[in-house]
Design a protein around this ligand. Structure first.
Ligand SMILES: [Zn+2]
Ligand SMILES: [Zn+2]
Length: 364
């Protein structure tokens, strides 16, 4: 991991703590989790709660669009548009930008223009620091105490993680704050000085955040309005609400809902509880078990059926000159895991056809 020990304390611990004295995961009750959520979004109690408050306030702002769509504009074509925007566009954008770029640096942009375009490719509802800093911790402590969305602690623990477990620690030293900032160094996010951080408790400044928010939403509302009037704009903004809520369920499900759901021949990585799921894989390229095996790979769909729109975007940008380089672990995956396993199957196959099929299927 990039910054060594910083990941042990870069996140603000919840009031119920990560682990007990014996080092076992603390599983708070739903009541404790909700109380923490209310306390962490209360901006009147503490100004430093502003970013957590904003994340949920944005969902509140999107909700009217969703209901206007539902009661005024809904048609089958608009429903399809909203569905595709929410699941595929916003889903893949989450993978392209927050996950593979901001956190894992799986690829490099040729210039800041393409970085900016990629950042703002869709309606923005997730702050970079909330996603990326905590996601480094997730990889360092997957399914262990301290994992901000540890699936073993339950659905609510993961669903409300962005307020309860993902914000950065409010008591970082000047040196450690600099390390936290450096995790976002390549993203172009305008960051607070240490003094500003001490005041606001965040890496991004509220003025920067709100300005960017208004420009991003204003731009996209304008574009959709020009294409299809309020009907289209409300559909897509409503769809954004749907995604913003839905994405908060991913981490719980992507690690087996707290159970061991890993399957032979599907989930090759056995170091944590992550699993490859068809739906997040198809719509967003989140083949999460593959990803935990090769976190820095710009491609996670390694097999033929593992569609990966996020990778197609990176590949496309690299073809038109927007991306200058990328990591790709597909070859390694096939050589180290997939082919050896298939060769073993071939050795025990009863017919020649079965043997050949075992190796050839799935490998492109
Ligand atoms: Zn994971
Ligand atoms: Zn990751």
């Amino acid at each position: 991991m990039s910054s060594g020990k910083i990941l042990d304390h870069v996140l603000e611990p919840p009031s119920y703590g990560w682990a007990d004295a014996k080092g076992n995961l603390i599983k708070p009750t739903p009541k404790q989790i909700l109380r923490e959520f209310l306390s962490r979004t209360n901006v009147f109690k503490n100004r430093k709660n502003w970013l957590s408050f904003m994340s949920w306030f944005q969902i509140v702002c999107l909700t009217p669009f969703f209901f206007i769509f539902l009661f005024k504009y809904i048609t089958i074509p608009l429903f399809i548009v909203g569905f595709v925007y929410s699941m595929i566009l916003m889903g893949s954008h989450g993978t392209i930008w927050y996950h593979r770029y901001c956190t894992h640096k799986a690829y490099k942009f040729s210039n800041n223009f393409w970085r900016f375009i990629t950042q703002h490719l869709v309606i923005k509802v997730v702050p970079e620091e909330t996603y990326a800093v905590s996601h480094h911790v997730h990889h360092a402590k997957s399914d262990q105490p301290g994992d901000p969305y540890n699936a073993q602690a339950g659905f609510l623990y993961c669903f409300l993680a962005d307020t309860n477990h993902q914000p950065i620690n409010r008591n970082l030293s000047r040196e450690d704050y600099a390390k936290a900032v450096s995790l976002l160094g390549h993203t172009g996010v305008k960051t607070n000085s240490y003094e500003q951080y001490q005041k606001w408790g965040s890496i991004v400044h509220p003025v920067t955040f709100i300005t960017e928010w208004i420009l991003n939403w204003g731009f996209w509302y304008g574009v959709f309005f020009l294409i299809g009037g309020n009907a289209l704009a409300c559909t897509i903004f409503g769809a954004a609400m749907f995604w913003a809520v839905g994405v908060r369920t991913f981490n719980y499900e992507g690690h087996g809902k707290g159970e061991d759901k890993r399957k032979d021949g599907v989930d090759y990585n056995r170091l944590d509880m992550s699993i490859n799921q068809i739906w997040p894989g198809f719509v967003a390229g989140e083949w999460h078990n593959n990803h935990h095996m090769y976190p820095r790979s710009a491609q996670s769909g390694f097999l033929k059926h593992q569609i990966d729109f996020a990778w197609y975007y990176v590949k496309f940008l690299s073809m038109i000159g927007g991306v200058s380089s990328y990591n790709n672990a597909k070859k390694q995956f096939l050589e180290q895991y997939y082919i050896p396993k298939k060769l073993k199957t071939r050795a025990t196959a009863t017919t020649e056809a079965e043997a050949n099929a075992a190796v050839e299927e799935e490998v492109m």
